[in-house]
Design a protein around this ligand. Sequence first.
Ligand SMILES: *[C@@H]1O[C@H](CO)[C@@H](O)[C@H](O)[C@H]1NC(C)=O
Ligand SMILES: *[C@@H]1O[C@H](CO)[C@@H](O)[C@H](O)[C@H]1NC(C)=O
Ligand SMILES: *[C@@H]1O[C@H](CO)[C@@H](O)[C@H](O)[C@H]1NC(C)=O
Length: 396
Amino acid sequence: MSAHLRAVGTSPLSSCLLLLLLLLPLALSFRARPPHQHPGHLPSLVPHAPRSLARPRFSAQAQLDFTTHCNSSCYHRGEQEPRRELLADWLAFETLYDNGSRTLTTVDVEDGDEEESEGLIMDAVPRLARGRRSAPAIGRGKRRRRQIYGADGRFNIRGDNFLLDYPFSTAVRISTGCTGVLVSPRHVLTAAHCVHDGKDYVKGARKLRVGFLTPPSVNTTKPGQAPPKKPLVRWVRVRRTRVPKGWIQGPQDVSMDFDYALLELRWPHRRPFMRLSVAPSSEDLAGKRIHFSGFDSDRPGELVYRFCPVEDESNDLIYQHCDARPGASGSGVYGRVWDSDLERWERKVIGVFSGHQWLEIDGENRDFNVAVRLTPLKFAQICYWLHGNRVDCSKD
Ligand SMILES: *[C@@H]1O[C@H](CO)[C@@H](O)[C@H](O)[C@H]1NC(C)=O
Ligand SMILES: *[C@@H]1O[C@H](CO)[C@@H](O)[C@H](O)[C@H]1NC(C)=O
Ligand SMILES: *[C@@H]1O[C@H](CO)[C@@H](O)[C@H](O)[C@H]1NC(C)=O
């Protein structure tokens, strides 16, 4: 099995690490379940009838290298519960169809369970500001953005077994240059900035496609032709694209929180997909670790896998130092989450890789790679997009 997988550094250390990683799930399944689970009742979205909007102009350029800045007021805003009307505004969404037409759906937010709802909506407060972390402090005026931290900890995934095997097989390409993750037989979760710049849809969103890797040794070559060295990509058109209004109308510091979009394929893909989960606190992730595979722009044609511990989290964002380059935007960030029905640890998508954030707190600059967290409300919204009803979304 490991013969098919080539670690990029090819140093014995990185190969060992990867092997260890692949064996880790076994060890983890004997761990006890985590102590605090979020309750089963989730808030739900009550959508109103969609309203037609003018066709988008598709004038924006896809800007994959997405960076935001956040100072202490932006950061501490995450500690207060936003007003209910504001939440409903952010959770409204646009639907873009493949014929270029567009609708807006406004929503009401309904609590799953009154008593627990407050905790559900704001289930984690930022903890970063309390210090104690060894996150890099970079002086003012000496900003040097880093997307690779220390030795590059990414692995190229090669060989049919790995490319076609879960979980790597759930990573797909987005025709605008990003990555996405299969989250249902027909749906792909990605970053909103891959299709929309906050003001308009990007040019490539008019004919958006999702690319499935097909390893070269799968019999696709014509007789007499040498098989290509890199995996081939089979492209499928997107029928519907959903973008939360929190991304479209928000000022920039809010909108990173809403940097996700759901794409519906014209045809089911028939590959395994990864289920979504409300992001638990990082303490409840096996090893406190997140993982994602994507198409980093510095390694064209390769599927690149990495993992790292969560450094910190706010209600809406996961702060980490997983090595990543722009094409990895939109990757499904997953962790091993305790599944109380199956009574075991399962890989679940708990966020979307967004980009880079400068956090400036108390005059200190820290830089992080950032993933959007699936909060209970975002989960409820995406679940509604997946199922088209509220019934299937009442439980995680
Ligand atoms: C944080 O940035 C916003 C705009 O980006 C600004 O209005 C605000 O005053 C800043 N707050 C602090 C504490 O620097
Ligand atoms: C575009 O497709 C949507 C969904 O199929 C449909 O409701 C709408 O009427 C279509 N618009 C045009 C202009 O064909
Ligand atoms: C592809 O499959 C056909 C039969 O289905 C076989 O004749 C051919 O040799 C195969 N080609 C390669 C490159 O494996």
